[in-house]
Design a protein around this ligand. Structure first.
Ligand code: FAD
Length: 302
């Protein structure tokens, strides 16, 4: 484990013990982390990573927790939140620099204010830039990867710059899994702020209509299978509105599970298993998880 006295010698950020993680997720589910830290800057984070590696302490990078299901037992080791030290947005000669902890809503606003187009269709995705890059978040035909010039990461205890190609972006995934994302550099086409604001508003209204945004959830639970839609398959199996404990397949959008009444992570896992079994049985398709699991045994879905 780690020694608070040793850390205080070099760590400038915030640290908390036995921090409840549910409050950092949009699902509002999850037990405690042994340690929770918010590093002050890249040097602070790098020093901490070197310390944790030396001690063999596991760590996990948290974004906005909008694509996460955390177990009721929480997570052993350290959970790292980059919101405080990496929440910056900067505009320079023809590009935008966004810190990994900056929220998508602010990023979209900032791009529009600076006459840059392209990311307005991502409005309403409750991500941080780090989480959006890691997952290659996308909506309404667009993906964040389209505008990435380079990504700054910590990899193998070194700060590195990765080209877009090195990031290996694909549908709701990337090759950034062994990296801590620090910031993204984006090059975007010019646009008209009034028109972009109109599109952003239209997309937000559309989302509110089709997604259960008023009840805690973690976005789409499953990836869309090739040439098909997970929501359509789940709906066709008659599963909309099915509940286990406090978790329910949203009657509004079948690929969302909502935490309608103090659901445990166990309730959600049971619902996921039930959906996968039903859909596989009726269509032959095994749905692949989009939501990331944290603190569970590897074979939890078996
Ligand atoms: C209501 C709602 C609507 C949504 N709509 C969409 C949508 O339209 N399109 C879409 O693509 N997604 C959508 N999502 C899902 C989610 O917002 C995205 O997957 C998003 O990219 C996750 O970002 P996050 O910051 O919340 O990451 P988290 O959920 O906190 O983390 C996701 C993964 O990214 C990793 N990660 C986060 N930050 C870093 C970092 N700095 N370095 C390395 N790894 C990191 C985490 O370790 C984890 O594995 C929706 C979710 C909700 C709740």
């Amino acid at each position: 484990m780690i020694s608070i006295t040793e850390i205080k010698d070099f760590f400038k950020g915030k640290i908390a013990l036995n921090e409840r993680l549910a409050q950092y997720t949009t699902f509002r589910i999850g037990g405690e982390a042994d340690y929770y830290i918010e590093p002050a800057d890249a040097e602070d984070l790098l020093n901490m990573i070197k310390y944790l590696n030396k001690r063999g302490v596991p760590f996990y990078i948290l974004g906005n927790g909008s694509n996460l299901l955390i177990s009721d037992e929480g997570m052993r080791g350290v959970v790292i939140n980059l919101e405080t030290g990496f929440g910056y947005l900067k505009h320079d000669d023809g590009y935008i620099l966004a810190g990994a902890g900056a929220k998508m809503a602010r990023f979209v606003d900032f791009c529009i204010q600076n006459n840059f187009s392209g990311v307005e269709m991502l409005a309403g995705i409750p991500a941080t830039i780090g989480g959006a890059l890691y997952m290659n978040a996308g909506a309404y035909g667009g993906e964040i990867a389209a505008y990435v010039a380079e990504v700054q990461v910590i990899r193998n205890e070194q700060i590195k710059f990765l080209s877009k190609e090195q990031c290996g972006f694909a549908y709701r995934t990337s090759k950034l899994k062994d990296s801590i994302i620090l910031q993204g550099k984006f090059i975007l086409p010019e646009g008209n702020p009034a028109e972009l604001s109109r599109i952003r508003k239209e997309i937000t209204l559309k989302r509110n209509e089709v997604q259960p945004v008023e009840i805690p959830n973690a976005g789409c639970i499953f990836k869309n299978p090739k040439d098909n839609y997970a929501a359509k398959l789940i709906e066709e199996c008659g599963l909309k509105g099915t509940s286990i404990g406090g978790a329910m397949i949203s009657p509004k959008h079948a690929n969302f599970i909502v935490n309608f009444d103090k659901a445990s992570a166990g309730d959600v896992i049971e619902l996921i298993k039930m959906v996968r079994t039903n859909v596989k049985c009726k269509t032959g398709i095994l749905l692949e998880l989009e939501v990331q699991l944290l603190g569970f045994e590897e074979n939890i879905l078996k």
